[in-house]
Design a protein around this ligand. Structure first.
Ligand code: AMP
Ligand code: MG
Length: 416
């Protein structure tokens, strides 16, 4: 044990959230191993090298509309009549505009030399080989300038960004067909508990279904991790040690659910202490106090509590940023940005720990965003997470009244 304040006393030994997260993140290193992928296979992966534009975009001044390219010096007030000297569809290379003429032009086509405006076709009337322009355009009208998106040689997407559809589009637009990404993070997980049975099998006396494995696997796969599921592990010290050693030997990160408290049936803490190092245990939050973090033979370990809601909350607050950093995601994107919205509830008796309450953000009848809380605080009620669309952050020792501003972490921020 090196930097663990792991006394079994409640209260004073609980680590504040920020300190715990900082400690965990100080141990997170981006995976070694970079692969090059075609854009078509890169969605959801994390960029290991920035994307540098191969071209100037757009490469030349081009028309933003269908219409007529003109030189504003040729305009003689309203209803100027100009002969049409050429036709420029997208994908063609125009001749310079002859003085005193207009060129028929289409959206995306290069604006010819000597033209300084495009008149939209709605204000023009074609008569034989000429066009009558109702109103003179301003110089520069309806022209998209060369380089207004980006210039050749500029880094348009930095390393450490998870590739979404918009990044794929921009990489393609700047002529980059292959990208360097970090290899997938391998996470081995198991659920501890003699009471657990997998769904689909009959339940015996005292047994419940193993839901945590599915929640956790879904959360990790949602981030693009390769998950190795090692199933259910019985509540004995030896079985826990064997499972931890097996998991640490084949993954970049070991995650577990349950067995991380102080009862005689909870073996994870002593097992990690025997096999490696426990860096952190017990955090001043609710739900999710008994979160454990340590290392087994150099492999990081995150032990989440067995209560299904505690597992979800501790994953969102601690495991997710750790996983993101280990995947190579840049620091700016490790933690979610909270929304401030009006509380639709009173909170007269705050906890000593910071509470992350299952909550819904909705518009009320006045069209104002309001946060409401789930009816129960029990960390065993999994249907609360399906009802909720985020977590309300209820600061330690602070009361709230209806209408006060409260921080809200939307699931669509926490689950990506
Ligand atoms: P523990 O952290 O092992 O003391 O478990 C706390 C509570 O969570 C107990 O009610 C367990 O039955 C429940 N629990 C533990 N593991 C799971 C699991 N994998 N799926 C569903 N519930 C669990
Ligand atoms: Mg247990």
């Amino acid at each position: 044990m090196s930097d663990c304040d792991c006394s079994t006393q409640a209260g004073p030994s609980l680590k504040p959230l920020e300190e715990a997260l900082e400690l965990m993140l100080s141990h997170a290193k981006a995976v070694e191993g970079i692969e090059e992928l075609p854009l078509s296979a890169a969605l959801g992966r994390v960029l290991a090298r920035g994307v540098v534009s191969q071209v100037t975009v757009p490469p030349w001044d081009n028309s933003a509309m269908d219409g007529y390219a003109v030189n504003t010096g040729d305009m003689q007030g309203e209803n100027t009549r100009l002969p049409i000297s050429q036709r420029i569809p997208a994908g063609s290379a125009p001749e310079p505009l002859q003085p005193g003429t207009a060129a028929r032009i289409f959206t995306g086509a290069p604006v010819p030399e000597n033209a300084d405006a495009v008149v939209i076709q709605e204000v023009c009337r074609q008569e034989g080989d000429a066009v009558i322009i109702a109103e003179p355009p301003k110089a520069g009208a309806n022209i998209r300038r060369a380089g207004e998106d980006t210039e050749r040689g500029i880094e348009v997407i930095p390393a450490g960004v998870r590739i979404g559809p918009q990044h794929l589009g921009l990489a393609a637009a700047v002529g980059v067909g292959r990208v360097s990404v970090y290899r997938r993070l391998k996470v081995a997980l198991f659920s501890s508990g003699d009471e657990l049975v997998n769904p689909g099998e009959p339940l015996g006396p005292g047994q419940i279904y193993n839901s945590n494995e599915f929640t956790l696997k879904g959360l990790l796969e949602g981030l693009g991790c390769e998950v190795i599921s090692l199933g259910i592990v019985e509540d004995t010290f030896d079985a826990t040690c064997d499972a931890l050693t097996n998991a640490a030997g084949q993954a970049d990160l070991v995650m577990t659910s349950g067995g991380v408290s102080v009862g005689e049936e909870d073996h994870l803490k002593p097992a990690v202490e025997k096999l490696g190092t426990l860096n952190l245990w017990k955090i001043a939050i609710r739900p999710g106090k008994p979160l454990a973090f340590g290392h087994i033979a150099g492999t990081p370990f995150i032990g989440t509590p067995g209560n299904p809601v505690s597992l979800f909350v501790t994953y969102c607050l601690f495991a997710r940023p750790f996983v993101l950093k280990a995947q190579g995601v840049r620091d700016e994107e490790l933690t979610p940005t909270p929304i401030l919205a009006k509380a639709g509830f009173d909170w007269p008796k705050p906890d000593k720990r910071r509470e992350f309450a299952r909550a819904r953000l909705e518009l009320d009848e006045q069209g104002e965003a309001r946060v409401s809380l789930y009816r129960s605080r029990s960390s065993g009620v999994l249907s609360s997470l399906v009802w909720a669309n985020g977590l309300a952050v209820l600061t330690e020792k602070q009361t709230l009244a209806q209408g006060d501003l409260v921080q809200f972490l939307p699931f669509n921020e926490l689950l990506k």
